[in-house]
Structures are given as structure tokens and as C-alpha cells.
Design a protein around this ligand. Structure first.
Ligand code: ADP
Ligand code: MG
Length: 670
């Protein structure tokens, strides 16, 4: 082994979970399922999968141990860490799989970190999860949708994979950072519990006297105050998303420049490159001048640093009390990510991050009264706030027909399930009896939202599947067009070169096509000059290739409307394909100037970032963003004649939901 191996080993042995290694292995060998509850940072995620390997559960080339993570960043970052700990190359013995990225090897990988969503996808082709001898379900306290569904599936799989059964035994380790272990124990048929006590130091909590008006500004101010007034120790700041985080980082760098002690600031959010993500683990800087005050590290992070990743050396936590959460309203059938107040359980987790190495302090940017009166005790399981169309399609593919009696830990509202079935029926994925159709099978093979999957599947009929795949790939990666606040005008001018006034989708396509024609060496500069995210472009090329691979397997034709081969395309054909695929995401203009969605009569406005600014009568839209106003984002101009022609079953006058569009439609039909 390398020196690094021994250096890390020294640290590993000191982790609380290490003391429980023998007990854990004994419990796992004795039982099919066990529950592990342990403080964040006690070593669960990095160590327990390795203990299972030591217990001899995996055999190279035959079976392996899986460890699920709700977040991509956690899956990739922890896989890298564990590969380092085991002194192996990432992608050989230890690997990871996230959507559109597989860094593992069927012949050598014995331990694989993967997102919970990917494990669900794998189950579609491997219904008894035969590839695995053990599954570690991590971060179960988060109750993400996919983890909940996997738990339900395991209820069906575990009896078929008992010790001595023809399929071999499947072990399950359910891991949680908080006190909900009992619920999991009960659900997994009284699985035994292993409790790992944390080694934490006291954390002093401070509240603001008055509510803060602007939490980003307050977070920056508090951080600088800590930097100036508090003893050495690193700072962790929680914000909700990329934009806020970058803004705060910039302000912190700017405002600390004139201070005595150096401050290094690192952002942490999901769309950062792995190299940038790794920086959060680097040591705090030394003094700026010899003999001066020591430097300090600040990490400004999304929720990912709450329980998924532990950064050593944090002594101060700044907690504004918000995170981005999925919110679903089954009545209006809209799911969106909203900045919402966190729960008290989350607030406690966050403050706990300050006491890992010595006593710490947590600054909550809300009042103590608000903590007790306004915050919920725990976060509501995601399954109760999600649209279910993806899950329903997956479960149908897995042969689970009786969704109402599927053993969910917390069953979703029947209405939500009904809405999902209805949507899938309109899309043609399920027939009127609720049976999966051929189209439905194909849709479930594409790792996309059902609407986008449908869009790809109809696109060959319009002679433009090649273009549609580029568009879908561009929609599946983080923002392509960058718009930094300080150079918004230049960014807008750059975007104008690609603008197609009838469509944001076509604008994305133009940017993609231009990029694809630039020689490799010049791409970086081209992206820079055009305010385009190079990383997103690289990802979308990668995603596109993977989608093309799946299409080939499904025998879906790849045809292009670009006959000249110069990146030109037929706007009409592509907009028709978009209309045929996304007919349920349609809105029409009202006399007042706002739009109404056909599906559920929502009052919406076209988002100001859209290139469509001449207020057309009918538009299809990609997403619904609830902000101060209800916005629809990424829109394309369509028209009522196309809708009636291309989606007659949905825009059928007899069955059409009673909405104001009906008058319009009647005119179109007559
Ligand atoms: P848990 O899952 O119980 O929250 P982890 O296994 O994630 O705990 O973390 C155990 C320890 O490993 C922590 O002290 C953490 O700082 C350290 N660690 C994890 N990933 C890295 C990394 N990439 N670099 C350095 N240390 C790491
Ligand atoms: Mg963990």
C-alpha cells in the first residue's frame, strides 16, 4: 500500500463507527436487514460498505455491494474518497453510477456508489437486483422519493432473496442520521438496530433578535463578523442554490480583501466540476503575512453539507433556515423547486456540523420564536410532495400493477397516483385498462421525464429526431446560457446571435449546433466568448450520445431536417414535433395578456429570460416556475391547428376539460 493509504487509515481507525466493526459484521451476517443510526460524520458512509466487503459479501465479477445516495455529488465524491481509502483507482474495485455517467466495471467493481434513482433504473432490467449481494441505503432520514420507492421494492424482493433461496441472499443495511430508526426497523420486519454514538462537542446557538429581510445579505454579514471577531476555525454557510452561493462567495471575497486575515471561500453545489468540489476538503490557508493572524476557510454550500458530506475543521455554522425543496400540488398538478423553510431536525443537523472537532457556534439567521413556532419538526417525505408519473411508469415496468396496495412506507395520496396514471394514459404509455403499452415500454427505457421521453419517441415522425435529441440533451444539463450579473448586457448580446424568436428550444438547438461544429481546440474560447457554460455543453454532448445509444437499441430512427449538413433546420418540423410530444404543457394568451395553462387553468406569465417576447397566442412550455409570479420557462410558439391535428385525443372537444380554451378550440374545429 501507498503512504497515503496508511495516513488515511490512521484517521479511519479513529472514526466512531470503527469501534463497531465486528458487531456490525456479526449483525449483518446473522440478519437479512439491519438498521444503522449514527451521527453525521461518524463514518457510516465511507466505512460500512468497506466492512461489508471485509465480511466477504462481494465477489469480483459476480456480485457487488451497492451504496445509494440521494445526491449525485455525494455519490461521486464519496466514491472517490473510498477509492483513496482502499488505495485503488476509481472505476476499478470502487466505482459510481449516476444518470448519464457510469464509472464502474462489471468485471472488477465490488463496491458501487450510485444515486437512489439509478438503482431504481437498474431494477427495471434486474428486478431481483441479482447484481448485488448487499444494498446499503444511505441517508434514509431524508426520505427522498427514490429511496422510499426502493424500500417498497425491497419489500417484494427480500422474501425472494432469503438465505438459502435459489437466488442467493440479499442483505440490506438501512442507514439514517436521525432518530427515525424505529420506523425503519418496524418496516423491515423488526430489523435489529446498531446505534453509533457520535463524538460531538457542544455547540452554542445564537438567534437573531429580529427576522432578517434578506438572508443572503445577512449570511455574508454574519460570516464576515465571525471572521473578524471569533477565534480561528472554519465556517460553513448554508444557502439554497448556485446563484445565491456564487453571489455570496463573490461578496465575501470582495469584502474580506481589506481585512487582516486571509479568507478563502469555496462554493459547493451540484453543477460544480469534481475538481472544484474537491477543493472544500483542502486545508485552511496560513497567515497572510508572516506572524499575522491565521487564515480561514469558508464553504458556502447547499443542503449537501447538512448530512451527505462532512467537512472537517468546521467550527462555525451560519444557517439562514432555508433550502430548496420539491413542492407538489396535486390539485393544480404542478411540481416545482421552491426555497422553503427547513425543519427543526434539519436545523439541528446543521448546527451539529459546528461541533465535529471542538466546541463550536451556530448562528441561526432567524428568531428563537420562529424556530419553535414556524419550523416543522421534520421534513415531509418527498413522496408526499412529488408528482408520481415517473415512479408509476417505473413500477408498471417492474410489473407492479396494484399501486394502491404497494407497500410504501408512507403511501402517496390516491389523487396523486390517479393524476400520474391519467398523464401516462394521455401520453399513450398506459392504455385505458392501465396496462403498459409498447410506447410505454420504450418511454421507460429513456432516463427522462415521461414528457421528454414521449417527445423523443414521436420525433422521427417529423423528420427531426436528431435535432430533438440535441434539444432534450440541452434541457438535461445545467443552464447553457450564462448571465453573470456584472456582464448581463454582453451576455444578452451573445445570446442574441443564437436567438430564434419563436422558440427557446430552437435557441438552445442553435447554440448546440454551432458548438458541435467548432473544432475541439477552439471550443473553450468559443464558450467563453459567447457566455456559454462549457461544462454544460460538454455534458450535453455526452448526454446526447447516450440517448442516441438507447435509441439505437430501441430501434428509433435518427433523422435530421438538416439536409445541407450546415447546422440549419426546419423550424416548422421541430416545433410540430415539440407540439406532438408536449401537448399537455400548453398555455394560451388571454385578453389581459397573461396566459392560462390548458391542463389546469393556471394563470402564468412567460419568464423574462425567454426569447419569445412577442406574446404569441399559443405556447408549449418546458417547466413551470413558481416564484413571485407564476412563470413558464423555455417556451415555443405553437398554434391551435397543430394542437388539434397532432394531439386529437387530448384536444378532443367532447372530453376536453372545461376551460376557457374550449371556445378557441371550437373555432379551430369549425
Ligand atoms: P457519515 O456517513 O457517518 O456522516 P462519513 O463516512 O461521510 O460519515 O465521513 C467520515 C469522515 O470521513 C469525516 O470525518 C469526513 O470528513 C471524512 N471524509 C469524507 N470524505 C472525505 C474527503 N473527500 N476528503 C477528506 N475527508 C473526507
Ligand atoms: Mg453519510
Amino acid at each position: 500500500y501507498s503512504q497515503r493509504y496508511y495516513n488515511i487509515l490512521e484517521k479511519r481507525i479513529k472514526l466512531p463507527v470503527y469501534q463497531f466493526k465486528d458487531e456490525l459484521i456479526a449483525k449483518v451476517l446473522e440478519n437479512q436487514s439491519i438498521v444503522v443510526e449514527g451521527e453525521t460524520g461518524s463514518g457510516k458512509t465511507t466505512q460500512i460498505p468497506q466492512f461489508l466487503l471485509e465480511a466477504g459479501l462481494a465477489t469480483q465479477g459476480e456480485t457487488c455491494v451497492a451504496c445509494t445516495q440521494p445526491r449525485r455529488v455525494a455519490a461521486t465524491s464519496i466514491a472517490q474518497r473510498v477509492a483513496d481509502e482502499m488505495d485503488v483507482q476509481l472505476g476499478s474495485e470502487v466505482g459510481y453510477t449516476i444518470r448519464f455517467e457510469d464509472v464502474s466495471d462489471p468485471h472488477t467493481t465490488v463496491l458501487k456508489f450510485l444515486t437512489d434513482g439509478m438503482l431504481l433504473r437498474e431494477a427495471m432490467h434486474d428486478p431481483l437486483l441479482m447484481r448485488y449481494s448487499a444494498i446499503v441505503l444511505d441517508e434514509c432520514h431524508e426520505r427522498t422519493l427514490a429511496t422510499d420507492v426502493i424500500m417498497g421494492l425491497l419489500m417484494e424482493i427480500l422474501p425472494k432473496r432469503k438465505k438459502g433461496s435459489e437466488h442467493g441472499e440479499l442483505k440490506v443495511v438501512v442507514m439514517s442520521a436521525t432518530l427515525d430508526a424505529e420506523k425503519f426497523q418496524e418496516y423491515f420486519h423488526n430489523a435489529p438496530l446498531l446505534k453509533v454514538p457520535g463524538r460531538t462537542f457542544p455547540v452554542e446557538i445564537f438567534y437573531t433578535a429580529k427576522p432578517e429581510r434578506n438572508y443572503v445579505e445577512a449570511a455574508v454579514r454574519t460570516t464576515l463578523h465571525i471572521h473578524q471577531c471569533e477565534a480561528p476555525g472554519d465556517i460553513l454557510v448554508f444557502l439554497t442554490g448556485e446563484q445565491e452561493i456564487e453571489q455570496a462567495c463573490e461578496e465575501l471575497r470582495e469584502k474580506s480583501r481589506s481585512m487582516d486575515a486571509e479568507l478563502v471561500v469555496y462554493p459547493l453545489y451540484s453543477s460544480l466540476s469534481p475538481e472544484q468540489q474537491r477543493k472544500i476538503f483542502s486545508e485552511a490557508p496560513g497567515p497572510r503575512t508572516p506572524g499575522g493572524p491565521p487564515g480561514r476557510k469558508v464553504v458556502v454550500s447547499t443542503n449537501i453539507a447538512e448530512t451527505s458530506l462532512t467537512i472537517d475543521g468546521i467550527v462555525y455554522v451560519v444557517d439562514p433556515g432555508f433550502s430548496k425543496q420539491k413542492v407538489y400540488n396535486p390539485r393544480i398538478r404542478v411540481e416545482s423547486l421552491l426555497v422553503s423553510p427547513i425543519s427543526r431536525a434539519s436545523a439541528k443537523q446543521r448546527s451539529g456540523r459546528a461541533g465535529r472537532t471542538r466546541p463550536g457556534k451556530c448562528f441561526r439567521l432567524y428568531t428563537e420564536k420562529s424556530f419553535h413556532d414556524d419550523l416543522q419538526e421534520t421534513t415531509y417525505p418527498e413522496i408526499l410532495r412529488s408528482k408520481m408519473s415517473n415512479v408509476v411508469l417505473t413500477l408498471k415496468k417492474l410489473g407492479i400493477d396494484d399501486l394502491v396496495h404497494f407497500d410504501f412506507l408512507d403511501p402517496p395520496a390516491p389523487e396523486t397516483l390517479m393524476r400520474a396514471l391519467e398523464l401516462l394514459n394521455y401520453l399513450g404509455a398506459l392504455d385505458d385498462e392501465g396496462e403498459m403499452t409498447e410506447l410505454g415500454y420504450q418511454m421507460s427505457e429513456l432516463p427522462l421525464d415521461p414528457q421528454l421521453a414521449k417527445l423523443i419517441l414521436v420525433s422521427p415522425d417529423y423528420g427531426c429526431s436528431s435535432e430533438i435529441v440535441s434539444i432534450v440533451a440541452s434541457l438535461s444539463v445545467p443552464q447553457i446560457f450564462l448571465r453573470p450579473r456584472e456582464s448581463a448586457k454582453q451576455a444578452d448580446e451573445a445570446k442574441a446571435q443564437f436567438t430564434h424568436h419563436e422558440s427557446d428550444h430552437l435557441t438552445l438547438l442553435r447554440a448546440y449546433n454551432e458548438y458541435a461544429m467548432i473544432p475541439d481546440k477552439e471550443r473553450k474560447q468559443w464558450c467563453w466568448d459567447n457566455f456559454i457554460s462549457e461544462r454544460s455543453m460538454i455534458s450535453s454532448v455526452n448526454v446526447r450520445n447516450q440517448l442516441l445509444g438507447i435509441m439505437k437499441r430501441l430501434d428509433i430512427q435518427v433523422v435530421s431536417s438538416d439536409i445541407k449538413g450546415d447546422g440549419s433546420f426546419s423550424s416548422v418540423d421541430i416545433r410540430k414535433a415539440l407540439t406532438a410530444g408536449m401537448f399537455m404543457q400548453v398555455a394560451y394568451r388571454q385578453r389581459s395578456g397573461e396566459y392560462l395553462t390548458v391542463k389546469d387553468n393556471q394563470h402564468v406569465y412567460i419568464h423574462p429570460s425567454s426569447v419569445v417576447n412577442n406574446r404569441p397566442e399559443w405556447v408549449i412550455f418546458e417547466e413551470f416556475a413558481l416564484t413571485t409570479k407564476n412563470h413558464i420557462r423555455t417556451v415555443t410558439v405553437t398554434n391551435v391547428d397543430w394542437l388539434v391535428e397532432l394531439a386529437p385525443h387530448y384536444f378532443d372537444l367532447e372530453n376536453f376539460p372545461k376551460c376557457e380554451a374550449k371556445g378557441e378550440l371550437e373555432k379551430a374545429y369549425s
